[in-house]
Design a protein around this ligand. Structure first.
Ligand SMILES: Nc1ncnc2c1ncn2[C@@H]1O[C@H](COP(=O)(O)OP(=O)(O)OP(=O)(O)O)[C@@H](O)[C@H]1O
Length: 295
């Protein structure tokens, strides 16, 4: 799988140093205003920024396909003509048709952009970027404006492109559900990449509280305090400086056993009643007693 090492520094007002690897379908996850769009634009050469790769190259010389949040297609051209737009050779339409075919978009070739759904328009814009020979695809909020089914289908399609064509894709998002569907995740906060790696690894072991919050861990336990935990569904704990996503809650005698994936677990006593007495989804307050033991 192709990958690209990114090391970019952006000046004020963004003030960022982003250093990470884009491998396969990678999501850049960060809160609104943290600088995701700015980083994509700097990589595309549209904003001041220094670093590797392509630092100092004019935007048109960078082998990048950049899709802003609102997909821009030429409204007066068909899907086929949009795709062929930047191709120069005489056989450009044949080439564009072959590309659309390969991407499963051939049935749309004759349509104009206003005859496309949001998801279809994004796919066509991507086809156009691929026609240009992009070596890296930059997508800003690829799920914006799409319903859940279309979003999932579009993301699967993107992951497939990254895998089968060997083109790394970097997609900026603030949605941790979108991030979880990627091969890799890079977390952007505080002007830097605070954690990156395979999505499974990052989601199962956030390296800090900020990372845990970004990844959607909403029940974060403060050591020495109390834990608010949903009875059914995921519970997140921070028993010893590390963050855990608890996948299941199971009663064990007088206490609750909170299972954190296959390996570590921790046991807390149930302060009152039995876990089964609480209806699914109820919030229960657990007080930790004794030492937290990781097994
Ligand atoms: N043209 C500009 N002039 C001044 N400040 C700007 C400009 N563009 C962006 N910024 C600031 O730079 C920071 C990063 O903005 P950016 O759009 O990159 O964030 P983002 O993470 O993509 O946000 P969102 O998820 O809301 O799109 C923000 O604080 C923003 O206010």
């Amino acid at each position: 799988m192709n990958s690209i090492e990114i090391d970019y520094t952006l000046p004020a007002p963004v003030c960022m140093r982003a250093c990470f690897t884009v491998r396969g379908f990678t999501t850049l996850l960060g809160r609104s205003g943290v600088g995701k769009t700015s980083l994509l634009r700097a990589l595309a050469g549209l904003l001041p920024g220094q670093g590797t790769p392509w630092g100092g190259l004019a935007p048109e010389r960078r082998p990048i396909g950049y899709l802003p949040q609102h997909t821009l297609l030429f409204p007066h051209l068909s899907v086929l003509e949009n795709t062929a737009y930047a191709l120069r050779r005489p056989e450009r339409l044949t080439q564009a048709r072959a590309l659309l075919d390969g991407l499963g978009l051939a049935p749309l070739a004759a349509r104009r952009p206003d005859e496309l759904s949001g998801g279809q328009a994004k796919r066509v814009a991507l086809a156009r970027a691929l026609a240009h020979g992009a070596k890296l695809l930059l997508l800003d909020e690829p799920s914006a404006g799409l319903d859940t089914m279309t979003r999932d289908a579009t993301l699967d399609w993107l992951a497939n492109i990254a895998a089968t064509r060997g083109i790394p894709v970097l997609a900026a998002t603030h949605d941790h559900d979108v991030a979880a569907r990627a091969d890799q995740v890079a977390l952007l906060a505080e002007g830097r990449i605070i954690q990156h790696g395979p999505a499974r690894a990052v989601f199962s072991a956030p390296a800090s509280r900020v990372a845990a919050e970004l990844l959607g861990y909403d029940n974060i336990f403060e050591r020495g305090g109390a834990l608010w935990a949903a009875h059914a569904g995921a519970i997140r704990l921070d028993p010893a400086g590390a963050y855990f996503r608890v996948r299941a809650v199971r009663e064990t005698g007088t206490g609750l056993r909170l299972i954190c994936g296959p390996d570590p677990c921790l046991t807390v006593e149930l302060p009152q009643g039995r876990a089964a007495d609480y209806p699914p989804g109820a919030q229960i307050r657990l007080s930790l007693t004794g030492a937290v033991r990781l097994g």
